[in-house]
Design a protein around this ligand. Structure first.
Ligand code: ZN
Ligand code: ZN
Length: 360
């Protein structure tokens, strides 16, 4: 690992020579909790790098897992990987990006030598080091990223909703290469969180007739899904809403044992089951259903440049809308409220906007 860390550390050393401090929401030390606001040097852009002034960074289940030490991180590190903002500084060969509103892929470093990297699957590189877990991320006023990771946010997308590009890239990675649904298919998405509603919109773009299921506590989320023209159903009534023989496609975006079990039961024989949600721990489900139904089971991890290109076209063509999914915008200083509400599934996508913090 020593050799793979060097490029980042060198970048930080250079950055630390010019720059005032900024406040970041950090994983401060290993172990559960140890999360809080801290001071870090404001970074500077080296060759091929840019500085993004952060407009919004989304709170993700992964951030909660990092908080509880259930997801690998390298503290002290500024958290946050669902970043959008404007490029305010650019190093050599990256100046074309100055002034543009962007979202960013999350990989700060990949080895570019392993089989995964050489096959264009940097998401599977064992040496991958990502912003928000191993390299300073987006819960701060500014973030340093490689320019090659940038994607311009479409003009139709609001300045906070650009934070949903990264989660959408994970959804297109799961659902689009190849497309899991065909025109006329029936599809069920389990779990009406941000990932679920993104999944439902992508499956609809593939021509499927989509239903999204949730629990009674998900009422507000289901209402947002319904406002986007999606069919919604309470999980308790799922059997009534299931087509004869089952759904052609089921995508689990709940990461919940009961939701996954319901999904495996609702998919038809020979159907396609996609695991999008992470459970964060081993769970117990009837895996025999995969054999007994001859299911095709697929998934996806993080994103690839190809999944980003795809999301850009889905957003530009209006197949996926993002703005209604951002229910709350809070300053960094309210991070505890935002994390707690995300844990309780209160709201849909909560984002932190560092511009809303009092100047320090
Ligand atoms: Zn995320
Ligand atoms: Zn690699």
């Amino acid at each position: 690992m020593g050799t793979v860390r060097r490029p980042y550390n060198r970048a930080m050393t250079a950055a630390m020579t010019h720059a005032p401090a900024m406040t970041g929401l950090m994983k401060k030390a290993p172990g559960a909790e140890n999360v809080g606001l801290g001071s870090v040097p404001r970074p500077g852009a080296g060759p091929g790098q840019v500085i993004i002034e952060v407009y919004a960074t989304g709170i993700c289940g992964t951030d909660l897992h990092i908080q509880h030490d259930e997801f690998a991180s390298d503290p002290p590190v500024v958290m946050g990987h669902e970043v959008t903002g404007r490029v305010v500084e650019a190093g050599d060969s990256a100046t074309d990006w100055l002034g543009r509103r962007v979202a960013t892929e999350t990989y700060f470093f990949t080895c570019d030598a392993c089989d995964a990297c050489r096959a264009g699957r940097r998401n599977l590189c064992p040496s991958r080091r990502s912003i928000g877990s191993h390299v300073n991320g987006g819960f701060a006023s500014h973030v340093l990223v490689p320019a090659r990771n940038l994607h311009e946010v479409h003009a139709s997308v609001g300045e906070h909703a650009g934070a949903l590009y990264e989660p959408l890239s994970c959804v297109t990675q799961c659902l689009c290469d190849p497309a899991v649904a065909s025109p006329g298919d029936t599809a069920l998405v389990v779990g009406p969180g941000a990932m679920g509603i993104l999944c439902a919109q992508v499956l609809r773009s593939q021509g499927a007739r989509v239903t999204i299921s949730g629990m009674p506590a998900d009422r507000r989320r289901l209402d947002i899904a319904a406002s986007l023209g999606l069919a919604v159903v309470d999980a308790a009534d799922l059997s009534d809403a299931t087509p004869a023989g089952g759904f052609d496609v089921v995508a689990d975006a709940s990461g919940n044992e009961r939701g996954i079990d319901a999904g495996l039961r609702a998919v038809r024989k020979g159907g396609h089951y996609v695991q999008v949600g992470l459970t964060g721990k081993p769970i117990s489900v009837d895996i025999d259903l995969v054999c007994l139904k001859e299911l095709v089971v697929t998934s996806g991890f993080a994103s690839t440049p190809r999944s980003w290109r795809r999301l850009e076209r889905l957003v530009a063509d209006g197949h996926v809308v993002l703005d209604p999914l951002v229910t709350d915008v809070l300053p960094l200083s309210d991070w505890q409220t935002a994390f707690e509400r995300t844990r309780r599934a209160d709201g849909l996508k909560l984002v932190l906007d560092p511009r809303r913090d009092a100047p320090t």
